[in-house]
Ligand binder design. Structure first.
Ligand SMILES: Nc1ncnc2c1ncn2[C@@H]1O[C@H](COP(=O)(O)OP(=O)(O)OP(=O)(O)O)[C@@H](O)[C@H]1O
Ligand SMILES: [Mg+2]
Length: 464
């Protein structure tokens, strides 16, 4: 299989054909045609990236008053092609007309091969760049839902769950690794609910010191403790009529868990130091990136509160099981930061995208976001390159496995894991990618104790 770019030469001139064959066959796969019909046929079938078009063809071939109409026709059939036109007079008006008709460059006879060589190199380079950009843009056109970007299967399942759960009034527990978009999902659910005009109040239970968390949640009356110089409403009350989002719910201390449970049962609370029972109508979302079941087993989380909060659970897939979303998200962040930082960036090189796809993303979308921000700040050209991404030197064999066999196992495990992630956890797809059968893949999973990344739809079924 050839990796040389194709080059179509359209000329009635046998001498030019000979010259080009001699000069360019090692760099290009050269196709020669000597008339219009053959040229159009080839362009239709093979859409060559670069065309050298000898316009004398037209004056000998047909008596046309519009010699550039053929160039236009050719570009209509193959709009991305770079067409280099050869003319045999230096009439300025014709040269300008050729450029206006879409010629990439215009050369006059006699053609200087060294000049043509450079023009062809530039044309091929530009064609490839534009093709990469088109590919990236095509991917970027895809799905966005309520501010969530992603078109992978796990994200489609997530969207469909949000669509179904959003408009109901039941409590929702949102689970997922750090940076997967739990808050974004909570806001999306709120926007789809009947409470969308009422407040969405978020509180990060993990970020507020235990001693302050109670007053933050429930508010306080004047004089209820030293420094309480006036009455203050808590977050629960502030969310009246709307949605209360309890982030990092796993960090809430046990004594407060009891109070929260009471509120969830009665829809009533009182401020610290207060006696008045206040009715509050809120829908509660909670989020966690820890395993609450383990916290329950360890006595750190109340089981009854867990059941109250998790009437419905929405698990958010981590970024590494939805590899196909990485280019999409990366481009979205790139455009956002390039405009903020006024950088004339157009996208990523294919190698940069490959590098992004190969990374493990323990910090998920947030990590990707800051990696792209960093690259935008550092970038100098129009495209983000692997170097600009600034990843540490790529993986090497772990030092504690000196044997060849050990090294091979590590690599094999890594490859299997990556294939699974790239296939969004789909075993059949991953097996095809690896060129092995499904049973062999299952054997490898067992051998390396690899767990299939959980897909949203599977988790959903487990919940019910
Ligand atoms: N699918 C997505 N599309 C677009 N942006 C996303 C997506 N998921 C996450 N983000 C962005 O990534 C960042 C982290 O998201 P978010 O704060 O919702 O994550 P989180 O799961 O709450 O993380 P943590 O557990 O660390 O609080 C935010 O800037 C958010 O806008
Ligand atoms: Mg969060």
């Amino acid at each position: 299989m050839t990796t040389r770019p194709t080059l179509l030469l359209v000329t009635p001139d046998a001498a030019i054909c000979d010259q080009m064959r001699w000069a360019f066959t090692s760099d290009y796969e050269l196709f020669e045609v000597s008339d219009r019909t053959a040229a159009l046929l080839h362009v239709r079938q093979a859409t060559p990236p670069v065309v050298v078009l000898d316009l004398r063809l037209l004056s000998t071939d047909v008596s046309t008053t519009e010699p550039l109409a053929f160039l236009q026709e050719l570009l209509r059939l193959n709009p991305n092609a770079k067409v280099i036109v050869i003319l045999d007079n230096s009439d300025q008006a014709t040269i300008i007309a050729a450029f206006e008709s879409g010629a990439y460059d215009v050369l006059e006879l006699p053609v200087k091969l060294d000049v043509l060589k450079v023009v062809l190199q530039r044309a091929t380079y530009l064609f490839n760049l534009e093709r990469e950009k088109r590919a990236i843009r095509e991917q970027a056109v895809a799905t966005e839902f309520e501010g969530l970007v992603g078109k992978s299967e796990p994200m489609q399942n997530l969207y469909s769950m949000i669509r179904r759960v959003g408009p109901t009034d039941v409590p929702v527990l949102i689970t997922g690794e750090s940076g997967t978009g739990k808050e974004l999902v909570a806001r999306a659910l709120h926007r789809l609910s009947a409470r969308k005009e009422a407040p969405f109040i978020a509180i990060n239970c993990g970020a507020i010191p235990e001693t302050l968390l109670e007053s933050e949640l429930f508010g306080y009356e004047k004089g209820s403790f030293t420094g309480a110089t006036q009455q203050k409403k808590g977050r629960i009350e502030s969310a009246q009529g709307g949605t209360l989002f309890l982030d990092e719910i796993g960090d809430i201390p046990l004594n407060l868990q009891v109070k929260l449970l009471r509120f969830l049962q009665d829809h009533e609370m009182h401020r610290l130091g207060g006696r008045e029972n206040i009715k509050v109508d809120v829908r509660v979302f909670a989020a966690t990136n820890v395993d609450l079941q383990a916290a329950i087993n360890g006595g750190r989380f109340r089981e009854d509160l867990f059941y109250r909060l998790s009437v419905l659970t929405i698990p958010i897939p981590c970024l590494r099981v939805r590899g196909s979303d990485i280019p999409l998200l990366a481009n979205m962040f790139l455009m956002k930061f390039a405009s903020v930082h006024k950088k004339p960036l157009k996208g990523f090189t294919l190698q940069a995208i490959e590098l992004l796809r190969a990374h493990h993303w323990p910090g998920n979308v947030r990590e990707l976001e800051s990696r792209v921000l960093r690259a935008v700040v550092m970038a100098e050209g129009k495209y983000i390159t692997p170097e600009t991404l600034g990843f540490p030197a790529s993986f090497s064999v772990e030092p504690d496995s000196p044997t060849l066999r050990g090294a091979r196992d590590i690599r094999e495990k890594e490859i299997v894991q990556r294939a699974l992630e790239k296939a969004d956890g789909n075993v059949s797809k991953a097996a095809v990618e690896l060129g092995i059968s499904r049973p062999t893949l299952y054997q490898l999973l067992a051998r390396y104790r690899l767990r299939l990344p959980k897909r949203t739809d599977e988790l959903e079924n487990q919940e019910t």
